[in-house]
Design a protein around this ligand. Sequence first.
Ligand code: HEC
Length: 127
Amino acid sequence: MRSIIILCVFPALIFGAASINVKRYPVELQQTYDLFVNRCSPCHGLESTINSQYVLPSYYKEMVQEMKELPDSGISQSDADKIYEFLVYDAYKRHRRELRDALKALPPEKKEQEQQALKEIRDKYQS
Ligand code: HEC
């Protein structure tokens, strides 16, 4: 019994969480979370996205677009747009300190662009 528990907990300690608790997220984003899991897990695990130290909106925008453009990604533009919004919102909720530090390190103009992108999502989902 103990070894089963260790086997289950160990990967989570090494690789970080493999899922997100979205119970308190707006309903629309809870649906987008399902879309994220469906569209983004056929080729690799979700850990690297969920536990990423890169949390700026521009990173998510480019990364999701890059994944969409892979051959046979099965990701539409509308999927990509929604998943981008989910990841920005999620970073604001779960990685706020990293987000603040990343913003602080940017030159003023770039910082303003990132803050504007973040504000759009926060306004849209009222958080
Ligand atoms: C068709 C298969 C496929 C799908 C679907 C896919 N990925 Fe990827 N992903 C890859 C491959 C291949 C790599 C490594 C090569 C690369 O970075 O281009 C990768 C790399 C990554 C990385 C590593 C960092 C980086 O920027 O390269 C992240 C994060 C990531 N994917 C997230 C996602 C997310 C989020 C989605 C859903 C929107 C997604 N992936 C959907 C194949 C896929």
